[in-house]
Design a protein around this ligand. Structure first.
Ligand code: ADP
Ligand code: MG
Length: 174
């Protein structure tokens, strides 16, 4: 019995639910590598133009996940947080545009950085601190919410509402 509880707690737990066409999945990770691997799985499935909105506090794992996204897209460069530059661009067959909205004062500043152009450029947009710009996302945005459950445990909740962001493969993992 104890073994079962232990197993359930420490195993990665995945719960699917389909509500109103939304697909939601919860994943528990126990270290940074596991979070990266989840990002990588998603990155392998993403289609050009996909937007991944990352929500969660400082240190929750958003950059680690984005590092994985880059790997999944075949981008072989270490991704760093773009806190001071707002956006970092990583070229590739499908480029990655990595945003960190932490220092954005208002959603209107998005126009200054050319958000609409980024959406049209056939890359994947990964957006840290999406809380700051939640009005800017279209309905088929993939949402990943990160919660720090203490220690090295993180809960990732992935919500997808459409399939257009995911047409690169059916084996997208998350
Ligand atoms: P954020 O971008 O959300 O501010 P980072 O990915 O930059 O967060 O940092 C996450 C920090 O938490 C790193 O120092 C990492 O080593 C640590 N960490 C501990 N456990 C995990 C985990 N399960 N997933 C991701 N990061 C973790
Ligand atoms: Mg970060």
């Amino acid at each position: 019995m104890v073994k079962v509880i232990y197993y359930t707690y420490y195993m990665r737990v995945k719960i699917f639910s389909a509500r109103n066409g939304h697909k939601e999945m919860t994943i528990i990770t126990n270290n940074e590598d596991e979070t990266m691997r989840e990002g990588e799985k998603l990155g392998r499935a993403l289609a050009p133009g996909a937007v991944v909105a990352l929500f969660g506090d400082l240190g929750a794992g958003k950059t680690a996940f984005t590092r994985g996204l880059a790997a999944g897209l075949g981008i072989d460069v270490r991704v760093c947080s773009p806190t001071f530059t707002i956006v970092n661009e990583y070229p590739g067959e499908i480029p990655l545009f990595h945003f960190d909205m932490y220092r954005l004062e208002s959603e209107s500043e998005l126009f200054d950085i050319g958000w609409d152009d980024y959406l049209e450029r056939g890359g994947v947009c990964a957006v840290e601190w999406s809380e700051k710009v939640s009005g800017a996302f279209l309905s088929d945005t993939i949402i990943v919410n990160f919660e720090n459950l203490g220690g090295d445990t993180r809960r990732l909740t992935v919500t997808k509402s459409g399939s257009s962001s995911m047409d690169r493969s059916e084996k997208g993992g998350v």
